[in-house]
Design a protein around this ligand. Structure first.
Ligand code: S3P
Length: 418
C-alpha cells in the first residue's frame, strides 16, 4: 500500500522548516504530496529524490523560506492548503494559495478565522473559499482555540501558526482527531503537550531535522480491506498498515458488520503503530455506525458505503455532515452512484441509510473524487455486470498504483482511455 498521505504532507512541511537535513522514507508518490513538495521548492527549499518514496529535505529553518515566484498551487489537497495557510500566516512575505476546481469550492473560514484572531491577515473569496491571499509580516499572538469542528486540518493550521506566535497556542476539539502534527512536531524537538482532544505548544523554539519513516496509508488500504470483505472467496494480506487509533474506525465498523479482519505482527514504524492485516470474506450485515467513531473513519465513508451496499439489511450513518465538504459531497456522490447500480439509499443531511442488496452494472460519476472512484471500483467487483466509473483521474492524488495493485489481486479493473 502507498505511504500515508497525512504524514507525507507533514513530513515535507516540518523538514522544510527544520534546521538540518531530514530523510523521509515511505513518502507517498501521489499528486497531492508532490504538490506540497513543489510548493516548498518554490520557496527555496532543496528537496532531493534519491529513489521513489524517498526524499532528502534540506531544511531552511523556521524563518528561512523565501518569497515564492507566483501562486502556490495545492492541487486537490485541502490538507496542503489549510496547513500552509497557518504556516504562511507566520512568514514575512505575502503568498497566494490556490488549487483545482474541487479545492476552490471548499470552506476555508474554519482556518482563516482562528488564524486572523491570532493576528494573521488573510483574504479569501467572499464565500470563504480559495484562493487565499496571506499577507505575511504580521505579528501573531497565541490563542486558546475551542474548535467547533472535529478537524485535524483546523487544529494543525492553528498549531503551525502557533510556531510563529508569541505565547502559547492551544486547541481543544469536540472529538479527538488524528494527531500527526503534534507527534511530528515533538519528533522535530518542539515542546508540545497533547492528549486526545487537546493540544498546547509555546512559540519561539526551533525544529531540528530528523528522519521520518512513513507507514502505509490506512485510508488506501481501506479499499482493499472492503474488497476482500465483500468478494466471496477472498483472502488478502496487507502489510505494514498505519494503525493510529484516530484512523482505524473503519475496522470497528466492519467488524461490527461481521467482517473477519486479523491484525498480525504489530510493531512501530517512525513512532506510529503498524500491523499486517489479514482479511477474509464473510457475509456482512447492516449496522448503525456509532457517531463517536465518525471522526476516526472520516476518510473511509466511501469505502463503507460500498460495504453497506453489499451487506444484508440497513446501515445507518449519522453525524457525518463533514462528508459534504470533502473533495466532493461524498454523501451525494456515493448515494447517486450506488443508486445507479440498484442500491436503495436514503440521504440525510448528515449521513445516509443504505439498504444492502444485489448490484447491477451501470455508469457512475465519481465527480473528481479519488476516494469515491476507488469505492465504486470495489463495489463493481460484486456487481452483476460491468460498471463504468467516470471522472476518476484524481485517484492519482492519493493512490497512483490503484489499478495496477487491484489487478494484481484479482480486481477486474481497467482504465478506459478516451
Ligand atoms: C486530514 C484531515 C481530515 C481528512 C483529510 C486529511 C489531515 O480532514 O479528511 O483527508 O491530514 O489532517 P479534516 O481535518 O477536514 O477532517
Amino acid at each position: 500500500m502507498p505511504g500515508d498521505k497525512s504524514i507525507s504532507h507533514r513530513a515535507i512541511m516540518l523538514s522544510a522548516l527544520a534546521e538540518g537535513t531530514s530523510r523521509i522514507t515511505g513518502f507517498l508518490e501521489g499528486e497531492d504530496t508532490r504538490a506540497t513538495a513543489r510548493i516548498f521548492e518554490q520557496m527555496g527549499v532543496r528537496i532531493e529524490v534519491p529513489s521513489p518514496g524517498e526524499r532528502v529535505v534540506h531544511g531552511v529553518g523556521l524563518r528561512g523560506l523565501r518569497a515564492p515566484q507566483g501562486v502556490l498551487d495545492c492541487g486537490n489537497s485541502g490538507t496542503a492548503m489549510r496547513l500552509l495557510c497557518g504556516m504562511m500566516a507566520g512568514q514575512a512575505f505575502e503568498s497566494t494559495l490556490t488549487g483545482d476546481a474541487s479545492l476552490l469550492k471548499r470552506p476555508m473560514r474554519r482556518v482563516t478565522e482562528p488564524l486572523m484572531s491570532m493576528g494573521a491577515s488573510i483574504e479569501a473569496a467572499e464565500s470563504g473559499t480559495p484562493p487565499l491571499r496571506v499577507h505575511g509580516g504580521q505579528s501573531l499572538c497565541g490563542i486558546d482555540y475551542a474548535s467547533p469542528i472535529a478537524s485535524a486540518q483546523v487544529k494543525s493550521a492553528v498549531l503551525l501558526g502557533g510556531l510563529y506566535a508569541e505565547g502559547e497556542t492551544g486547541v481543544t476539539e469536540p472529538k479527538p482527531t488524528r494527531d500527526y502534527t503534534e507527534r511530528m512536531l515533538r519528533a522535530f524537538g518542539w515542546p508540545v503537550e497533547f492528549e486526545p482532544g487537546r493540544v498546547r505548544l509555546p512559540g519561539g523554539h526551533t525544529l531540528r531535522a530528523t528522519d521520518i519513516a512513513v507507514p502505509a496509508d490506512f485510508s488506501s488500504a481501506a479499499f482493499f480491506i472492503v474488497a476482500a470483505a465483500i468478494v466471496p472467496g477472498s483472502q488478502l494480506r496487507l502489510r505494514g498498515i498505519g494503525m493510529n487509533p484516530r484512523r482505524t474506525g473503519l475496522l470497528h465498523a466492519l467488524r461490527a458488520m461481521g467482517a473477519n479482519i486479523a491484525e498480525e505482527n504489530r510493531r512501530e514504524t517512525g513512532g506510529e503503530p503498524v500491523a499486517d492485516l489479514v482479511v477474509r470474506h464473510t457475509p456482512l450485515h447492516g449496522i448503525e455506525v456509532p457517531t463517536e467513531r465518525v471522526a476516526d473513519m472520516i476518510d473511509e465513508f466511501p469505502a463503507l458505503f460500498a460495504a453497506a451496499a453489499c451487506a444484508e439489511g440497513v446501515t445507518t450513518i449519522r453525524g457525518a455532515e463533514e462528508l459534504r465538504v470533502k473533495e466532493s459531497d461524498r454523501i451525494a456522490v456515493m448515494a447517486t452512484g450506488l443508486r445507479a447500480l440498484g442500491v436503495r439509499i436514503e440521504e440525510t443531511p448528515d449521513g445516509a441509510m443504505i439498504e444492502g442488496g444485489a448490484l447491477h452494472g451501470g455508469t457512475v460519476e465519481s465527480s473528481g473524487d479519488h476516494r469515491c472512484a476507488m469505492a465504486f471500483a470495489i463495489a463493481a467487483a460484486v456487481a452483476a455486470a460491468p460498471v463504468v466509473i467516470r471522472d476518476c483521474a484524481n485517484v492519482a492524488t492519493s493512490f497512483p498504483a490503484f489499478v495496477e495493485l487491484g489487478r494484481s489481486c484479482g480486481l477486474a479493473v481497467e482504465p478506459v482511455v478516451r
